[in-house]
Design a protein around this ligand. Structure first.
Ligand code: FMN
Length: 328
């Protein structure tokens, strides 16, 4: 029987399949089902930096409420139910730690390193085994220099690593002008994992109603080729674990990501589409494929088709279609 266990961010995981941060990782019942189906770990639904900052500011104002001058601002903060959001989140972590055996990775959506990073320690104290920072900077500001956008990532990592001693990973998009260089430099900051790539909400246009509307909330299968290429190109040059996410809907795609050099995969859309129990099938199909190829452990084949090891490494760098594909 092949061994499909591995480590991710220094944590022991019994499968390379991780339940990605989503609405399916927000309740104890679903997380128990995720464990039962055989996932290696779970990344909780993200808290937003804004929720943390709002709660911290409200606490600060309560502390000074005797000479508090702007009660209307207080009312404004009172209207947010962030207090419950944060306490529910901490409770979810402690409940998981009591009732679930797989590693539980807390998650924060963030865009700055300001005011919230000390909260990472609260997540650690609640029992989180690791923290994933979903840094979602859309480089859309023409007045802002590329370097300033990049700095945000390094600043956040530095601030959070000062607060915690549990492993920290970051989840990034592909919106960088020199992606391989940024991935390589980020991997050397002391983070334990790098998740490639987050999938942003994408806009579309409704030509009948002349409106901007969201496109598919769930990924499409063909989207896996973007993380596959960049994992293959960077996996031999990174100093931390790589996790693949986006478009992983089938066990064959999981295998491709591992061949490209990913330590694990994070799956969301396929769990919505096929059910949490599909993790069991993915594990089984991975196991069968390993038996067929006589691989005993994931390390026997992981990264064997990365860019530097593949027989045709140029395949990952090709950007133009060859003539006979594009012309009839
Ligand atoms: C409904 C839904 C909610 C999500 N919420 C979060 C979130 O809170 N934080 C986060 O980092 N990613 C979130 N994601 C992104 C997923 O974790 C994942 O990276 C992305 O969907 C790509 O993987 P997939 O193709 O398997 O869906 C969400 C995805 C979906 C579909």
């Amino acid at each position: 029987m092949p061994d499909i266990s591995t480590t991710y961010m220094g944590l022991k995981v019994k499968s390379p399949i991780i339940a990605a941060s989503s609405g399916l990782t927000n309740s104890l019942d679903d997380i128990k089902a995720i464990e039962k189906a055989g996932a290696g770990a779970v990344v909780l639904k993200s808290l937003f930096e804004e929720e943390i900052v709002t709660e911290m500011e409200r606490d600060l104002k309560k502390m000074h409420s005797e000479n508090y001058l702007y009660p209307e601002t207080m009312d404004y903060y009172e209207s947010f139910d962030v207090e419950n959001t944060l306490s529910d989140y901490l409770k979810l972590i402690t409940d998981c730690k009591k009732e679930v055996g797989i590693p539980v990775i807390a998650s924060i959506n963030c865009i700055t390193s300001h005011n919230w990073t000390s909260y990472a320690r609260t997540l650690q104290d609640a029992g989180a085994d690791g923290i994933e920072l979903n840094i979602y900077v859309l480089p859309s500001d023409t007045e802002r220099h590329t370097k300033d956008n990049e700095h945000v990532y390094f600043d956040i990592v530095e601030a959070v690593l000062k607060e915690v001693n549990i492993p920290v990973s970051i989840k990034i998009s592909h919106y960088f002008s020199n992606l391989a260089d940024v991935i390589s430099r980020l991997s050397k900051t002391g983070i334990a994992g790098l998740t490639l790539f987050n999938r942003f909400y994408s806009p579309d246009i409704d030509v009948d109603n002349l409106e901007v509307i969201p496109t598919h909330i769930f990924s499409q299968e063909h989207e896996y080729t973007m993380p596959l290429r960049w994992i293959a190109i960077t996996s031999d040059r990174t100093a931390c674990d790589l996790a693949a996410t986006t478009g992983i809907h089938e066990s064959r795609t999981i295998i491709k990501m591992l061949l490209a050099g990913a330590k694990v995969v994070h799956i969301a859309s396929a769990l919505y589409k096929n059910g949490i129990e599909s993790i069991e099938r993915y594990n089984h199909e991975l196991d069968k494929w390993m038996q067929k190829h006589d691989f005993k452990t994931l390390d026997d084949f992981r990264g064997s088709l990365s860019q530097s090891k593949a027989v045709n490494p140029a395949g990952y760098l090709r950007v133009q279609f060859m003539k006979h594909f594009s012309q009839k």
